[in-house]
Design a protein around this ligand. Sequence first.
Ligand code: PSU
Ligand code: MN
Length: 303
Amino acid sequence: MLRISSEIAAALDEGRPVVALESTVISHGLPYPQNLELARAMEDEVRAAGAVPATVGVCAGVPTVGMAADEIERFATRSAQVRKLSRRDVAAAIAQAADGATTVAATMALAAAAGVEVFATGGIGGVHRGAETTWDISADLTELARTPVLVVCAGAKAILDLPATIEYLETLGVPLVGLGTDEFPAFYSRSSGLPVPSRADTPADAARIWAAQRQHVAVAAPGGLLLCVPPPAEVALDRAEVEVAIGRALARAASAGVRGPAVTPFLLAAMAEETHGESIATNVALLRQNARVAGQVAAQLRR
Ligand code: PSU
Ligand code: MN
């Protein structure tokens, strides 16, 4: 049983474009009140691009595609009572009637179940630095390998091991496409120095690659696609400065002994402190941009 809002159900029925949005970034990725403003702004960006937004989460045990305004507000203001749900955690949250914010992995799974194939996030999870000893590799990567959703992002979060994340995506057979770039963006910064295998110059180009993937490649076994958009130039941070802040944030996580699902929220909050809030402004701006691009891609797919 999946709850799909009537607006989204009608759009899907009529073949109009729909874009999924995640809720972990609301409850565990950004502080209040920026998280609530951002959640609303992303929905507005999707609409301005001509698509219908579908914020995904588990609300009091109900897996939901198209959260209501009061649910989004609850996830933003009472984040301590909202679980962070990766794919493995969704079933328990449903059975226990809990509130749960869905990560990229869990959002993809619920979006695909509803028939939504375009999704906007900030930076996906990936291979963590030091994964050779911790084995901390986000389930976002394996979900991209098996669930037919196009994910618009600014690359993987810069706190991760980006070269290893790209290698892992290749192993999983996930198409990696740069929008107007030949480089994998570094989340807070526009450039990582790491090439992407494919480039699209417009949302229409990206939609054509996705259509080809769905029709000819992801046939017997479905899978997703990662469309990477560099953060807006006006708010992008200098890569060398970001690296210094990441070094400090990682050291704080190590001395605090942070493990598992708590790692990413801890590092994002530490980055906000280390950059005196600049990382938040960048994160919000790239999330909004990605929502707009996802709306444009979804609209192109309907042509
Ligand atoms: N993008 C952002 N901020 C976030 C996330 C993405 O700009 O907080 C979230 C997504 O929900 C992503 C999760 O799936 O971080 C990764 O968590 P983990 O590394 O534990 O898989
Ligand atoms: Mn992890």
